[in-house]
Write a protein that binds this ligand. Structure first.
Ligand code: ADP
Ligand code: MG
Length: 417
């Protein structure tokens, strides 16, 4: 029974990086970092060694090789070496008869890992490959233990065969396959979130087509009037001015739309939120009109600058405004109201609607991946937006009541002029 307990405990410790990854990176728009691998592997290594399997004082068996291999694959050589160092120091501290053989063993297994970890990344048969690696670790540990303590080894043969092979083979297979699955899911999510932009912008585009048709119809009407009375120069001049205005406005909306829907660039600069909100009003008005919703934007007279990536901020604003308009789609006299103000070093943007609202449960889930109450929703718009705002050092708070409406308050650190 003790044998089984020891093995299960070690397999539990081996899961630590995977479990922490799922908790810590759940709603994040990025994959793991080297520091994360080092910290979680170290915890796993430390716990594994502290509560190692053992029948003889000073001779212990745990998942150290599994952890070091994992560290090498996901954290690179430096992480692997640090883990090896941590292991050596802690093993010396724990001491006992097995110390020397443990250190020799770890050098051998670490060398094997160094030879194997690059191939692991390239191979398509990863499961088979890690099982094989685990097997080599086991053979190595069994052979060296036998060489140093033959009598003790033979006396506890079953224990060693079961504990060493299961811990290494099953341990490495569980950790490597679960973690790979988790990170490929995360990659898929990040790609999905980027595609969501295309989906959002295609909804907005549909309403834009309407908005472009109206000025075109107007221009056509005026041109016809000019065609019918070519001699009335004063009237023609007036019509031409109106046509020019209409065309300019349409051109502006279209080029703003194109600017927003193009792929994100990486840049950080001073962005005037007042200017951005004016643009947003133009670009999102057609979408509001299509849903029979009144869109109102109130901004201060002076500019309000924040440090940000303008592409990202525009996308965030589109996400919030689009959600607010969609929430009002089936409401009589739907209204979406945006107001910007400056308070104590912060730019505060309030987005208020009188739409369907949300209950407590829904509010709690806001910003989580894939949370959506819409039949064709993706549930990625707010995940992305929250990520952008938090990265800038901003905050988001929500007030909402079912059938009354929703108020989002977003703050950004304000850039002094
Ligand atoms: P999607 O719009 O694709 O559903 P989002 O991440 O943009 O995904 O929004 C997630 C969910 O949050 C929405 O499905 C909706 O239930 C809720 N939500 C967001 N904004 C509002 C709002 N202004 N009013 C009511 N519900 C909202
Ligand atoms: Mg949305």
């Amino acid at each position: 029974m003790n044998l089984l307990k020891d093995v299960i405990l070690q397999l539990f410790f081996v899961l630590i990086p995977f479990v922490f990854f799922n908790i810590y990176y759940r709603d994040k728009m990025r994959n793991y970092s080297r520091a994360f691998i080092l910290v979680t592997s170290s915890i796993s290594l430390f716990l594994g060694m502290t509560f190692a399997a053992s029948v003889k004082e000073g001779v212990i068996f745990d998942v150290r090789y599994v952890i070091m291999f994992f560290g090498l694959v996901h954290g690179g050589i430096r992480t692997g070496l640090i883990l090896l160092g941590e292991f050596a120091v802690y093993r010396l501290y724990l001491g006992g008869e097995g110390t020397l053989v443990a250190l020799i063993n770890s050098i051998c297994s670490f060398s094997v890992s160094l030879l194997m970890y690059k191939t692991y990344k390239l191979t398509h048969r990863k499961s088979l490959f890690v099982l094989m690696t685990g097997f080599i670790f086991s053979i190595n540990a069994l052979a060296l233990t036998y060489a140093y303590f033959p009598l003790y080894f033979v006396k506890n043969l079953t224990y060693h065969l079961v504990v060493i092979t299961t811990q290494n083979s099953l341990g490495i297979w569980i950790l490597m396959s679960l973690f790979s699955k988790a990170i490929s899911d995360k990659e898929l999510f990040i790609r999905h979130a980027q595609n969501e932009k295309i989906e959002t912008m295609s909804h907005v585009a549909a309403s834009l087509a309407h908005e472009v048709r109206n000025p075109l119809t107007a221009v056509k009407g005026f041109l016809r009037l000019m065609q019918e009375n070519p001699t009335d120069l004063a009237k023609s001049q007036q019509y031409m001015n109106i046509c020019m205005d209409e065309i300019q406005r349409t051109e502006m909306i279209l080029s703003e739309y194109l600017a927003i829907s193009k792929p994100l660039t990486i840049r950080h600069e001073s962005v005037d939120v007042v200017e951005l909100l004016k643009v947003m009003r133009e670009v999102m008005s057609p979408f509001a009109i299509l849903h029979n919703v009144e869109l109102e934007v109130r901004t201060p007279e002076l500019s309000v600058n924040i440090m940000a990536n303008p592409d990202e901020i525009k996308q965030v604003l589109v996400n919030f405004i689009k959600n607010a308009i969609e929430a009002c789609a089936n409401v009589r006299k739907g209204r979406v109201h945006l107001a910007l103000s400056v308070e104590e070093g912060k730019a505060v943007l309030v987005i208020k609607d009188n739409g369907v609202g949300m209950d407590e449960g829904q509010i709690k889930r806001l910003g989580s991946i894939y949370f959506s109450t819409k039949s064709s929703g993706t549930g990625l718009g707010l995940t992305y937006s929250y990520h952008v705002i938090h990265t800038l050092g901003g905050t988001v708070s929500v007030n909402s009541k079912p059938n009354v409406g929703t108020k989002f308050s977003i703050t950004f650190p304000y850039l002094e002029q």
